[in-house]
Ligand binder design. Structure first.
Ligand code: ATP
Length: 631
């Protein structure tokens, strides 16, 4: 569609070139996006809006994009909106002259504070028409609200929100409140935003209009691929957007590269369910086996100026959680190692017995503001990759070379820093022995990685078939891995479980259609205490009905629905075709989905967001893998 354009289409709301973008223009786009579930339509609406911004007010593109993502800065800056509900209720009541009890009543009825704000405003007589809200004004106010702390911070936040609400017209109040809550949820995924960003830059390129229809389509696809891949290497819109505006898509890869201080999206592994399956997959290639340590992923960055940072799998800054890790860096670098990005696993360590401890122990460690003197759970770092060294990105280098750099630039310190144990095995017996050793050493199993050749380069954010995981627990289980699923609903408990939810409805994620597809009910694996915890947490996330981006069958209707808010790790005996569950719909059977048999709850995955849940494609792969390589 977009490739057919001869001129840049303008959306319903326009503004004078050079003036700030009116918030109304963005809200109109949100409305259109919310009204459809079709991905291409969503894409088109957003691209149209971005094109218009680039044409009239390019300086506002970055802020517009952040508002679409419901963020105010890069994820790794750990600054979030998420204003509490009670504060927003207070601001809505005060700004619209309603009683807080009335606002609460309406909220209980509609389950969407944004809608309540909009309705409250529409019943309020306005004497003077307020000055329209603009994107830069709104964005800077939101940033300042998120940064407000200390004495009177609540009052100051309420005042700022009231100020914004007063200036809102029509749907603006709805989207403003949802954004402040951190729950915009209009069905707009980050991948769509990235594609629209790329497309809008290309559409505004003067050379583009001269291309043939086929070349136009190719140009748009290539641009989307480039922007997505650059973003996984350097996930900072603060850098990417101004660069795109300045030099376009073509030079982007050269201009925006992995930079210490900005976390890279980690490479992910593909599950296998047996040593022979892994060996089949790497046949004819040079590969290496490594222990798969059982902790949490840590990406450690050291800048030339000596500053160091640590980031989680989710790209959050975890430096405050692991000050002890950053403290040891000076003792593990060899002379000459000045700047680097290390990929590691942080594992709990017993300093008395000098051995590794399981993940459950690590998960008891405090999450924030850890003081070194109060640390109860010690950790040891296991480094398995080096992505950047002394001013040079190593991403394109082969793993064998990256490993050599790793060994040359760092030294082991017992109980603090080690290289991941590896073995360049070649047959099943050797690998089995190495796997047994890893399990004895409290590891989860093995990673099998391609060692040489272009396939062994580091692939940011990809679940790559060049990294295979073999987990001890799943070897004879037939499935290969656990699943990470989103809780979308619950059924009220019976018998002993009457005061809590007894069973839950889970879903996987389909990133192409941006929807959650139901996969099973789950009622096993919970202790009484964990049911209480789930109830307390999920109660706060109940919504009156399913989201439009939930794909489910009426036959599985739960008693209560939740917004997508938590990811659970779940084990299953096997996967089967199902007429009522929607996971991987159309991937295995044209009209049926896949569901889990005998699912069991393992733990909450705090480090995963709902969009990081197991995807429909992964579910389909797991289903198929049950019938392959039967041992
Ligand atoms: P996902 O594959 O979705 O990330 P996950 O977070 O549950 O799932 P795992 O299934 O445990 O991750 O497998 C990959 C993870 O294993 C890595 O993200 C990393 O944290 C950990 N890991 C431990 N040892 C290694 C190693 N030697 N090489 C790479 N990753 C390792």
């Amino acid at each position: 569609n977009l490739a057919n354009r001869t001129s840049t289409k303008i959306s319903d709301i326009s503004w004078e070139a050079g003036k700030p973008v009116p918030y109304a223009a963005l809200c109109k786009t949100f409305e259109k996006i919310e009204a459809t579930t079709k991905r291409l339509e969503i894409q088109e609406h957003l691209t149209t809006f971005f094109v218009q911004v680039i044409e009239l007010s390019p300086d506002n593109l970055l802020e517009s994009l952040y508002l679409c993502l419901n963020r105010i800065c890069p994820e790794y800056e750990n600054l979030e909106l998420g204003i509490g509900e009670s504060l927003l209720i207070k601001a809505i009541a005060e700004a619209t002259g309603r009683k807080t009890s009335k606002v609460k009543e309406e909220l209980a009825k509609w389950g969407d504070l944004g809608k309540v704000a909009k309705d409250s405003k529409s019943t309020q007589p306005t004497l003077v028409k307020p000055k329209p809200l603009t994107i830069p004004a709104l964005f800077s106010k939101m940033k300042s609200i998120a940064n407000t702390s200390g004495q009177d911070s609540q009052e100051r936040k309420v005042r700022d929100i009231m100020f914004l609400l007063t200036a809102c017209q029509g749907d603006e109040a709805k989207y403003l409140i949802r954004s402040l809550e951190g729950k915009l949820r209009i069905g707009l995924a980050e991948q769509t935003v990235l594609i629209s960003l790329a497309q809008s830059i290309v559409l505004k390129d003067p050379g583009y209009q001269k291309l043939s229809k086929t070349l136009k389509a190719e140009e748009l696809t290539t641009a989307a691929e480039i922007v997505k891949s650059v973003y996984s290497e350097l996930p900072s819109y603060d850098i990417i957007v101004p660069t795109l505006l300045k030099i376009g898509v073509k030079g982007l890869r050269e201009a925006c590269k992995l930079t210490p201080g900005i976390p890279i999206k980690p490479m992910l592994a593909h599950p296998t369910k047996s040593i022979t399956e892994a060996l089949d997959r790497v046949e004819g290639k040079t590969f290496t086996c490594e222990f798969k340590y059982d902790g949490e992923r840590g990406q450690i960055h050291m800048l030339e100026d000596g500053t160091s940072k640590m980031y989680s799998r989710n790209l959050e800054d975890s430096s405050m959680k692991f000050p002890d890790v950053l403290e040891i860096l000076s003792s593990i670098v060899k002379p000459g190692t000045k700047s680097f990005v290390l990929d590691c696993e942080v594992v709990a360590w017993d300093p008395v017995k000098n051995c590794l401890l399981p993940f459950q122990i690590l998960s008891t460690r405090k999450r924030k503001d850890v003081k070194e003197s109060e640390i109860k759970v010690c950790v040891c770092l296991y480094a398995f990759d080096l992505l950047y060294l002394n001013g040079e990105s190593l991403l394109q280098k082969h793993l064998a070379e990256r490993r050599e750099h790793l060994y040359n630039a760092f030294q082991e310190v017992e109980g603090k820093f080690s290289f991941a144990r590896h073995m360049n095995a070649s047959n099943v017996e050797e690998i089995q022995t190495f796997l047994d050793e890893s399990v004895k050493g409290s590891c989860e199993g093995l990673m099998v990685k391609i060692l040489d050749g272009p396939e062994s380069s580091y692939e940011p954010s990809k679940r790559s078939r060049n990294w295979l995981k073999i987990k001890k627990d799943y070897i004879s289980g037939g499935v290969g891995d656990s699943l990470d699923l989103v809780v979308v609903g619950a059924y009220l408990g019976r018998g002993k479980r009457t005061s809590v939810y007894g069973t839950f409805l889970l879903a996987c994620y389909d990133p192409d259609n941006e929807e959650y597809q139901t996969i099973c009910k789950i009622g096993t694996g919970f202790s009484d205490a964990s049911l209480e915890t789930h109830f307390k947490f999920l109660k706060e996330h109940e919504i009156p009905g399913p989201k439009k981006y939930y794909n489910y069958d009426k036959g599985t209707n739960p008693d209560v629905w939740f917004e997508p808010c938590q990811v659970w790790e779940v084990k299953t005996a096997d996967l089967s075709i199902s007429p009522i569950y929607k996971a991987a719909l159309g991937k295995i059977d044209p009209s049926k989905g896949v569901s889990l048999r005998f699912p069991r709850f393992i733990q909450i995955r705090e480090d995963k967001k709902p969009e990081d849940a197991t995807t429909n494609d992964q579910v389909a792969d797991m289903y198929r893998s049950q019938f392959k390589n039967e041992e």
